[in-house]
Design a protein around this ligand. Structure first.
Ligand code: GLC
Length: 446
């Protein structure tokens, strides 16, 4: 039995991972305009709020993997108070991090809606002492701060008795054996999507759980149409069986620059999406900042996750990470937001970005280099080198330029230690014109 569960978990894990880069059927040119704010935003904050914070156990998966019975899992409903929930404070924290959008769980795989659903009674409003809609006030506060609102929504619902993967008593059923039952579920979950559209109008839809059924079963194309008819600018993540706009690698950092035009790494601040008091494996601000720099250098966004406790407050470690990241973002804002992906590999050992007009190169320095840094293959039209977030200009030296060769020399820059940032110093190379790179193998092949 145990080995079966492990096998199933592995299979699901693999489907999940391979799926997370799932192919999209969507033509990127057609959506380029609506994707612009997303491409400029770079940072989003993911919030996993749900009853799983009561016991501090894994969101939904804990009963799926039989670590707890479904009944006991659902007892957490009684402990979900949100007694200190302050939507304005949440939005302030997100603003302070520098993020330009937030994505919150409107309903996870456990089926407990965090918004005011009329489709059933399983919601924070009707089934928990919190007795409130978590989403509405949060979106109001976000919008007042000019932060885009994203809705995480699980297509599958392991608590709904008409869902074929329903996990309690009656067990699973095959759609082909009971179409009527499936249609009841289909109308239920699509009804919830309609409610969210009409009452909350998310700027971004973050679907999840699509891997259990096909695009045809979910009616993925229809869902996409439904959303875009209501709000043509809405962005849809890549977990809608091919009908999303962008890829969503999860936790695993892509080593090679993804080919997708738009992608977003979703990542936890410790090892858990929701609040788990036992999980003290916090990433440090330095780790988060260096990962973030790598992500934007490779043309992606970071969706950094936090998970509130059942009372609606966040662990101090998460607050600290967001604030430190926010300070760093503020200081280096011009190198981060509205930037373009950086130089291709080989020119600089570290993350880079470009200004939109490609006349500025930003170099992100991991650690504190004791010695000079070097940029290779840059045709020399440097106007100035400076430290971002300061008015300090730096000397640079061209090394190894041969008079008879067109191959550019190496640009060496010394960054005095006293000017270095505690996390990542960012250097700006201001060019006289657009960046022009030498991509050859050296010698005379130019
Ligand atoms: C996965 C998990 C889920 C988590 C999500 C976040 O698909 O099923 O628990 O919420 O990823 O990316």
């Amino acid at each position: 039995m145990k080995s079966k569960i492990i096998l199933l978990t592995i299979v699901l894990f693999i489907t999940n991972v391979t799926h997370s880069f799932g192919q999209t059927k969507i033509d990127s040119e057609e959506i380029a305009d609506k994707m612009q704010w997303f491409a400029d935003a770079k940072l989003g904050i993911f919030i996993h709020t749900g009853i799983y914070a009561v016991n501090g156990i894994t969101e939904s998966w804990s009963f799926f993997n039989k670590r707890i019975s479904h009944d006991d899992y659902m007892k957490q409903l009684n402990g979900f108070t949100m007694s200190k929930y302050d939507a304005a404070a949440w939005a302030d924290l997100i603003k302070a991090s520098g993020a330009r959008y937030a994505v919150i769980t409107t309903k996870h795989h456990d089926g407990v809606a965090m918004y005011n659903t009329q489709m059933n009674d399983l919601s924070s409003l009707k089934a928990t002492p919190a007795a409130k809609d978590i989403i509405k006030p949060f979106y109001n506060e976000l919008r007042q701060r000019d932060i885009k609102c994203g809705a995480y929504f699980s297509l599958l619902d392991w608590s709904h008795d008409n869902y074929p993967g329903f996990l309690r008593d009656s067990g699973r059923y095959e759609i082909k054996d009971d179409w009527e039952r499936w249609y009841r579920y289909r109308d239920f979950f699509q009804g919830q999507i309609k409610e969210l559209l009409a009452g909350y109008n998310p700027d971004l839809w973050w679907f999840d759980g699509d891997w259990e059924l096909s695009a045809e079963r979910w009616e993925a194309e229809k869902i996409r149409q439904m959303i875009l008819t209501h709000n043509p600018n809405a962005i849809i993540n890549g977990r809608l069986q091919g009908y999303g706009d962008y890829a969503t690698p999860e936790q695993n950092f892509p080593v090679v620059r993804p080919k997708h035009n738009w992608w977003e790494l979703c990542m936890t601040t410790n090892n858990s999406w929701g609040f788990q008091f036992k999980d003290q494996n916090w990433k440090t601000p330095y780790e988060v900042i260096t990962i973030f720099a790598d992500v934007i250098s490779n043309g992606g966004n970071l969706l950094l996750d936090i998970g509130p406790k059942e009372d609606g407050t966040f662990p101090p470690e998460q607050i600290n990470i967001l604030k430190e990241l926010g300070q760093w973002n503020k200081k280096h804002s011009e190198a981060i937001f509205n930037s373009l992906p950086g130089l291709p590999p080989g020119h600089f050992y570290g993350p880079t970005t470009l200004s939109k007009d490609s006349t500025n190169i930003y170099l992100f320095l991991a650690g504190n280099p004791q010695n000079q840094i070097v940029v290779r293959g840059l045709f020399d039209n440097i106007e100035n080198v400076s430290i971002v977030g300061s008015d300090i200009s730096l000397e640079w030296k061209i090394v190894g330029k041969i008079s008879w060769s067109l191959v550019p020399g190496l640009v060496y820059i010394q960054v005095p230690e006293k000017y270095q940032d505690q996390y990542m110093t960012v250097i700006k190379i201001k060019l006289k014109d657009k960046v022009h790179l030498y991509r050859g193998e050296g010698g005379l092949d130019i």
